[in-house]
Design a protein around this ligand. Structure first.
Ligand code: PBG
Length: 326
């Protein structure tokens, strides 16, 4: 007999499919991560992330202008300093590279583009860890918090509307909220990298920011273990209690269950970071002619939205926004 249910009816035309689509992806839902390097004369392409570069202040402005024109919701800045030290001073120096870039973008774009700053020490430390390292090689949680507070205040003072702590220290959100409030930055938003996993997918990013962790070390003593799911919810709840306005899951594709959990259990906005390795895999396969890169990028970003993310941090932001605008 013929089936009574005929789901294909609603798939017959593109217009019908658009009408009944459960998930949307628009440029507003995307944030572009951008790298700005100190004392660079020309933008420097990042080999493992085709289409992405370390920017000069001038090329950064041009990129943000293009992103703004195609409607991308925001940008998040990462700094590449020319000097690093063991306490990551460049992160909280009012004249540090990200602070200079923020001030300059703020002058041009005001509040038209959401300006975010990644808040961490790893790009600025000589040992590549996200915090202060003790003599025995372990990361000192509480000593690091004080520097995160100073970094938040420097970034907010330079014009960041959103600071995004990514170091995975315990209590970082509370410490940063207190530091911001104590300096008159009550309105600065905290986007917490709440469920950030120790992942093999950050490889290209570490090339992009020229970070190498000393002595072949890793971040497993502070980033989450990919075998754990409940733990992500516990940490995200703790971040919200400490004052996080938005929480993030990172990476995205391998943690969509976590995105769905946080969506169901929390009522703050949720985002996910489609990270450098996820971008590089799509680019590499597409360059070999093995997949249609644009189609896969759109499918992945849509899946992240479908799982429950309100927005996505993605290196595909400009490419996909331009495609959506056509
Ligand atoms: C840490 C930080 C990292 C990324 C964003 N913030 C790297 C890490 O934890 O080692 C990775 C982003 C990406 O891979 O795209 N400051």
């Amino acid at each position: 007999m013929f089936p009574a249910e005929r789901p294909r009816r609603l798939r017959r035309t593109a217009a019908l499919r658009r009408l009944v689509a459960e998930t949307t992806l628009t440029p507003d839902d995307m944030v572009a991560p951008l790298f700005v390097a100190e004392s660079l004369r020309e933008p420097r392409p990042i080999a493992s992330m085709p289409g992405q570069s370390q920017h000069t202040t001038a090329s950064l402005h041009a990129e943000v202008r293009a992103l703004h024109q195609c409607g991308v919701g925001g940008v998040i800045l990462f700094g590449v300093p020319s000097e690093k030290d063991d306490v990551g001073s460049g992160a909280y120096d009012p004249e540090g590279i990200v602070q200079l870039a923020l001030r300059s973008l703020r002058d041009e774009f005001g509040d038209d583009v959401v300006l975010m700053a990644d808040l961490c020490l790893d790009e600025y430390t000589s040992h590549g860890h996200c915090g202060i390292v003790r003599a025995d090689g372990t990361v000192d949680n509480d000593a690091t918090l004080e520097l995160y507070g100073r970094t938040a205040v420097a970034q907010a003072g330079a014009g960041a509307a959103v600071v995004a702590p990514s170091g995975m220290m315990d209590g970082q959100v509370g410490a940063i909220r207190a530091a911001l409030d104590g300096s008159g930055f009550e309105e600065t938003v905290i986007l917490a990298y709440a469920a950030k996993y120790a992942s093999g997918l950050y490889g290209p990013f570490r090339d992009a920011v020229e970070v190498e962790i000393a002595d072949g070390g890793d971040r497993r003593a502070y980033q989450q273990d990919s075998r754990n799911r409940r733990e992500a919810l516990r940490e995200a709840r703790a971040d919200v209690e400490q004052g996080a306005d938005i929480v993030m899951v990172k990476p995205a594709m391998t943690y969509l269950d976590v995105v769905a959990d946080l969506r169901r259990e929390l009522d703050v906005p949720i985002c996910a970071y489609h990270v450098s390795g996820e971008y590089a895999m799509v680019k590499a396969a597409a360059a070999n002619g093995w997949i249609d890169g644009a189609a896969v990028a759109l499918e992945q970003l849509t899946a992240i939205r479908r799982a429950g993310a309100d927005f996505v941090l993605t290196y595909f932001a400009r490419e996909v926004a331009e495609e959506l605008g056509r």
